[in-house]
Design a protein around this ligand. Structure first.
Ligand code: GDP
Ligand code: MN
Length: 398
């Protein structure tokens, strides 16, 4: 589950990480109230208006703007709320902005002694350890830094059973060229950041920029946070943080009915039982000259109802030109699945306007093929993997 910047910052703050303070608003009047409130709390007289969407690069896209008066706050918020914000990380249409974060200006006008760093905490699957990636080159695209000056990116591996050790936090502060109060602040920042990452069951905390202010405070100006979905059962306090408006609507719908569906960019929909078979089916589609439109694992019970639900979900994607059903009948018998497909197809009538290729293999595969072939429906049935590949190629040629 991805979080908005303001939600990520609230979690950071609860673990003692210093943050740029802010208040979220969904219209320009509330934005002005938020700005006034921030002045009471922090004494700030300038503010930044920050679009809240699940994508980075907002600054570049015009979604982060400095406001030097309450009038500015109002005008800028009015412009940003409701706009389609296009950034290097969104689609070409952009993402609709539903709310803005009004934040205190932490760059102290007139003084240029601040420094911007990059820092993230994530899992290194190869070593089975957590790692802190950090760089002196914050505030810009970390991908560009990685490409052009990779020696400026450091990583520190943290053994999850030991947690972050004091010397590691000091090493990070040292490599960032800090001394005095800023050094101490950074040690505290890194340690609390790691604690936040562990205790919130996150898979990513990315802070870009981490700011060193002219008075040597270290704080999080941005926060990109992903919480591990599999841990949500023990984080009831995070359930309301999910913003479904930011997620793919077909995925949301599929997940609500218990289907394991991931939307992709291609033109061939697929319905498969088992994640491994689903992966190899996607490979097969690619090798046949198509592109998978989705990943869909219907699981063990491929009955008529489930098959129909699967078809309906796949067909919501207008890019789909054909559907490949690839089911292995181990626990479930192929003839039952075939019957399910026939029933679902009949039920849906002319809602299905594209070719469907069905490959059933395993228990009663032959009976299943006969069942489909004799149904009189426009379904191509095959038994071998290669035949399925050839059929996909054939139907895509039209
Ligand atoms: P992103 O573009 O989506 O990564 O959004 P960020 O939260 O990182 O903000 C983008 C940029 O806005 C930062 O790199 C800063 O340069 C700038 N910015 C953020 N907060 C402030 C602030 O308080 N004052 C000023 N002057 N600039 C800020
Ligand atoms: Mn950023």
């Amino acid at each position: 589950m991805n979080l908005h910047e303001y939600q990520g910052k609230a979690i950071l703050n609860s673990f003692g990480v210093r943050i740029q303070r802010g208040i979220v608003a969904d219209n320009h009047l509330k934005a002005v109230e938020a700005a006034k409130q921030l002045t009471v709390e922090t004494g700030t007289s300038w503010w930044v208006v920050k679009a809240q969407i699940h994508a980075g690069g907002r600054g570049k896209g015009g979604g982060v703007k400095l406001a030097k008066s309450l009038q500015d706050v109002e005008t800028i918020s009015k412009n940003i709320i409701g706009m389609m914000l296009i950034t290097p990380q969104t689609s070409v249409e952009g993402k609709k902005v539903n709310q803005v974060l009004i934040a205190e200006d932490v760059y102290y006008p007139g003084e240029a002694q601040h420094e911007e760093f990059y820092m993230s905490v994530l899992l290194n699957r190869a070593t089975g350890k957590n790692m802190i990636m950090y760089s002196t080159e914050g505030g810009m695209d970390i991908e560009t830094v990685a490409e052009e000056t990779p020696h400026l990116i450091f990583t520190e591996e943290i053994d999850p059973t030991l947690g972050i050790l004091a010397f590691q936090a000091r090493k990070i502060a040292f490599n960032l060229d800090l001394s005095g109060d800023a050094f101490k602040e950074m040690v505290k920042f890194v340690t609390s950041l790691y604690t936040a990452y562990i205790n919130s069951d996150a898979t990513l905390f990315e802070i870009n920029p981490v700011l060193k202010t002219s008075d040597n405070k270290i704080l999080a100006v941005d926060a990109k946070v992903t919480i591990d979905d599999s841990s949500l059962f023990r984080h009831k306090e995070y359930i309301n943080l999910r913003d479904l408006r930011e997620e793919n609507p077909i995925e949301v719908e599929a997940n609500a009915v218990g289907l394991n569906y991931v939307a992709l960019d291609g033109n061939v929909g697929c319905m498969v039982n088992g994640a491994g078979l689903a992966m190899s089916t996607m490979d097969l589609i690619k090798q046949s000259g198509g592109e998978p439109a989705n990943f869909l694992d219907v699981g063990g019970t491929a009955d008529a109802e489930r098959v129909e639900t699967g078809f309906r979900i796949i067909l919501k994607d207008p890019k789909v030109k054909a559907i490949l059903v690839n089911i292995f009948g181990g626990i479930v018998r192929c003839d039952r699945v075939a019957q399910g497909i026939v029933d679902a197809y009949k039920n849906m009538g002319d809602e299905i306007k594209i070719p469907i290729i069905v490959r059933l293999q395993g228990t009663n595969a032959v009976e299943a093929k006969i069942l489909i072939d004799q149904s009189g429906l426009a379904v191509h049935s095959v038994v071998e993997f290669q035949e399925a590949a050839d059929k996909v190629k054939e139907v895509l040629a039209f």
